[in-house]
Design a protein around this ligand. Sequence first.
Ligand SMILES: C[S@@+](CC[C@H](N)C(=O)[O-])C[C@H]1O[C@@H](n2cnc3c(N)ncnc32)[C@H](O)[C@@H]1O
Length: 254
Amino acid sequence: MAPIYRKADAARCVQSIRNRLTTYFEMNRFALWIFLPLCVLAQQPAPPPALSEYEGRVIAQTMHWQGAAWLVRHKRDREEATLLMREKLDLKPGMSVCDMGSGNGYHTLPMAKAVGEAGKVFAVEVQPEMIEMLHRRAEEQGIKNITSIIGESHDPKLPAESCDMILLVDVYHEFSHPEPMLAGMRKALKKDGVVVLVEFRAEDAGVPIKPEHKMTKAQINKEMTKNGFKLVREFDGLPWQHMMFFGAAEEKLK
Ligand SMILES: C[S@@+](CC[C@H](N)C(=O)[O-])C[C@H]1O[C@@H](n2cnc3c(N)ncnc32)[C@H](O)[C@@H]1O
């Protein structure tokens, strides 16, 4: 009798171990499903905090996509001399350029025509709704050389050394993360590439735009210099805006 008892006992024992192992692995698998994604998330660097002020300037709220009709208003060219502004960009066929904060593409589309099929325009936006409108407008006009990028407020997500020019019309003053955005754009410039800021003039009370959506030349220069850019030329002939061209400064950033 004794051996039979030991055999049954051993079988029970093996079954019990098997059950415990199964439970152990089931629990671990459950834990993996829950905790692995949490661990991955925890390891992502947190985005830097959004600023409400920078270098003594109040940062403006982002213009909402529901107001996009204002960007394509009929009298815009008359008010801002947008054709003249784009002429001053001196775009050439084959250039690779970026319309940073492109909105619904008011400038992106003519830029794409100017650089032609051999060229390329990156349209960077944080609001996907703006990019959808831009795509629709580009499709209507048969334009195919635009690459859209949904950026983040602290990261333009442009490829390194990809741009001869990065244009920002009425955009820079909205950046909630000016420093990482400028660092990202600096990396995206090709050698001798330029960043062009077009900003409503804060020195001029006659420019009918809210104060936080305007900038002085001195403020623009201060912020750009601090972030490794130098003024290479400017155009003062626009009715309401400054137009300032910046290249990457050679010296190391402080
Ligand atoms: C006043 S609109 C100007 C749009 C366009 N440049 C034009 O002149 O028609 C400013 C745009 O900048 C975009 N913007 C703000 N911060 C941005 C960022 N960090 N990266 C990309 N786009 C941004 C906003 O979503 C908004 O569409």
